[in-house]
Design a protein around this ligand. Structure first.
Ligand code: GLN
Length: 291
């Protein structure tokens, strides 16, 4: 499937992906994984990993502690915006913007130091049943071209909104962005959330109801950055996107969906991915409103 839009190139390594790639995977909460397209293609999770970091942090530190450092509100600003922090001198709007995710990473790093990335990789494995590691080339490319994220993090530190070793916190953030996955992995994470926090792979309870409700609520409110409103209108389901072209969707009580296509629109979301989800939502009546 080809699409309008453009493959992200502000992280040079991401620009090497073909715009023609497309895959779609659906994992029912009690039915097998169904996939089509380039479903064997690995890509990096990018901002979709912000779901993992947030879930892990709430489970380990408690919701109130996490949201002392980051807000729960949607934002009209782009994912890497600095503006609101500067204007209001207050904590980042939500954990799905870069600033908010970096704040979540700082809590994880404070608790687990250099063991943080391993714990998050193990956390993902407990959900999907496999370990794909992280893409070292994308990691290095992100680290080299991270002027914006570095600026955000040091700015937050200067305002007293971030504590600890900024470079180490950013390394954890870049590792999360570089986690390798397929659309099938995204579907499995979406299905775990859709099932109320139970791993489809092992049957293990991964998240409490409180974490699930928090993650689903924030996916609905701000999972696609400043395109979240339009996504809610067109697709009508909680989702989370990343600049490599992946989108994870969770249909509560029914299934998880992973879609991947690297050409992005101006807001950093997959053009073909959104279109496919719009068609699927309509076709399978995923909003649950009947004909
Ligand atoms: N690694 C990307 C960044 O920090 C993640 C952003 C995204 O996926 N929207 O810029």
């Amino acid at each position: 499937m080809s699409a309008d839009g453009k493959v992200a190139d502000y992280i040079p390594e991401l620009s090497l992906m073909s715009a023609e790639l497309f895959s779609l995977s659906c994992q029912g909460i009690d039915s097998p994984l169904i996939e089509t397209g380039d479903s064997g293609q690995f890509f990096t999770m990018q901002s979709i990993s912000k779901i993992l970091a947030l879930s892990f942090a709430i489970e380990n530190f408690g919701r109130d502690n996490v949201f002392r450092h980051v807000g729960m509100e949607a934002s009209a600003d782009s994912f890497n915006s600095l503006m609101r922090i500067e204007m209001t001198s207050s904590k980042p709007s939500n954990p799905f913007m870069n600033a908010g995710a970096i704040a979540v990473c700082s809590l994880i790093y404070k608790a687990y130091k250099d063991g943080s990335a391993c714990r998050l990789i193990a956390f993902m494995k407990s959900i999907t049943g496999r370990e794909n590691g992280f893409d070292e080339r994308v990691f290095a490319s992100e680290k080299r071209s991270a002027d914006r994220n570095r600026a955000l993090a040091f700015f937050m530190k200067s305002m007293g909104l971030l504590h600890g070793n900024v470079e180490a916190i950013l390394d954890l953030y870049f590792t999360l962005c570089s986690l390798r996955c397929t659309s099938g992995d995204l579907a499995k994470i979406g299905a775990m959330i859709a099932s109320g926090g139970i791993s489809i792979h092992s049957g293990e309870k991964i998240l409490t109801k409180e974490t699930v409700f928090t993650v689903l609520g924030l996916m609905s409110a701000c999972g696609l950055y400043n395109e979240s409103g339009e996504f809610a209108v067109r697709v009508g389901l909680p989702g989370k996107s990343g600049v490599s072209g992946g989108i994870l969707v969770s249909v509560p009580g029914r299934m998880g969906i992973g879609v991947f296509s690297p050409a992005l629109n101006a807001k950093g979301n997959s053009v073909a991915g959104i279109k496919a989800l719009e068609l699927l939502s309509e076709k399978l009546n995923l909003r649950g409103l009947g004909e």
